[in-house]
Design a protein around this ligand. Structure first.
Ligand code: NDP
Length: 338
């Protein structure tokens, strides 16, 4: 069983050497009397929140730390080989928490969703039809209360979550602008995902001026993925009664001291509502989400870009690449295609 082992707690930017590849021999059988599942892992998801699990007891962490010496845990798509749980049968496909290894025994089966629709790429259940897709859906529709004609700004807009938020905003009839960190990503935003405008934030010396250029009348909705300087630049550009969905702040995850935000007064003056949310509070909407999104995919109204790397050997580099913007679209690792 090839595995990606978490070595030890991380400070600052994570490195490939914080993880180690090993091979352990296992018997491909569930332990006697187990109520869990033996899974064959197919696709693994690299997600920004995983940085929080590399830290020991962070005050603001919302997830358990990885255990040094044990495999990395994350979202993935897997096939059930053996089941000790009557809700699952051998051959079922599932998505949810699994290990970064070829085969996993999962006892926390309540976090697994059964996959019923297989006429889409299975890797979509790490992104578009999995946790990031639910995040975009819940964050945009539940937190932002969008209305036709409103102006929407999305940061980290070409990523797993952002590319969908932009497409939801267009389907709602909004004007939407995204920012991302390379020319290739900006081109995708404009030409593939249908954003009205897009810019490379790394090329803007003055973020406030850039936002005023794209939003001369201000921003109704900001979908926050990055935090820090970007949030500071957005706040004075919000329109009265605007909404900010605080989804993530990836620019802060590797800092020992988070950056201060100076322009919070804008919340009062502009009467803006800024609300953080966690996707796991919205999984009860997953059925409704699928009913909405699957037809859009089939009608070609929603498209999705993935950055797929092959093999567990390439998983550590793929994961840390999220924090330098190496990924173009949803970062997926293939363990096995069948
Ligand atoms: P992405 O696919 O967008 O990958 C991360 C991207 O973030 C990189 O490609 C890079 O793009 C950008 N980035 C990295 N470092 C910085 C930086 N210092 N400043 C600005 N941008 C940076 O990730 P996801 O779509 O999966 O996640 C997006 C956000 O949503 C994250 O903050 C994540 O934590 C959050 N999230 C929150 C959830 C919740 O429940 N609240 C659930 C899921 C995700 P670029 O080249 O454009 O810089």
């Amino acid at each position: 069983n090839k595995q990606v082992i978490f070595r030890d707690y991380v400070t600052g930017f994570p490195k490939e050497s914080d993880m180690e590849l090993t091979t352990r021999s296992i018997t491909l059988k569930l332990p006697q009397g187990s109520t869990g599942l033996l899974l064959k892992n197919l696709y693994l998801s690299c997600d920004p929140y995983m940085r929080a699990r590399m830290t020991n007891h962070h005050r603001l962490s919302y997830v358990d730390s990885f255990k040094p010496g044990s495999p990395i845990i994350g979202y993935g798509v897997a096939r059930v080989l053996e089941s000790g749980n009557p809700k699952f049968n051998p051959g079922d496909l599932v998505w949810g928490f699994t290990g970064w290894e070829e085969y996993s025994v999962i006892t926390a089966t309540e976090s697994l969703f059964k996959i019923h629709n297989t006429d889409v790429p299975l890797s979509y259940y790490t992104g578009l039809l999995g946790m990031p897709g639910m995040t975009a859906y819940a964050g945009f529709y539940e937190i932002c209360s969008p209305k036709k004609g409103e102006t929407v700004y999305v940061s980290a807009a070409s990523g797993a979550v952002g590319q969908l938020v932009g497409q939801f905003a267009k389907l709602t009839g909004c004007y939407v602008v995204g920012s991302a960190g390379s020319k290739e990503k900006v081109d995708l935003l404009k030409n593939k995902f249908g954003f009205d405008e897009a810019f490379n934030y790394k090329e803007e010396a003055d973020l406030d001026a850039a936002l005023r250029r794209y939003f001369p009348d201000g921003i109704d909705i900001y979908f926050e993925n990055v935090g820090g300087k970007m949030l500071d630049a957005v706040l004075p550009n919000m329109r009265p009664k605007g909404r900010i969905a605080v989804c993530g702040m990836i620019s802060q995850y590797n800092l020992e001291q988070p950056e201060g935000v100076r322009n919070l007064m804008a919340l009062i003056v502009k009467q803006v509502r800024m609300e953080g949310f966690m996707v796991f509070s919205y999984y009860h909407l997953y059925g409704k989400f699928l009913e909405t999104v699957l037809p859009y995919i089939k009608q070609g109204k929603i498209t999705y870009v993935e950055d797929v790397v092959d093999g567990l050997d390439n998983a550590p580099a793929a994961l840390i690449g999220l924090y330098s913007g190496r990924n173009v679209g949803k970062q997926v690792v293939v363990v096995s295609r069948e």
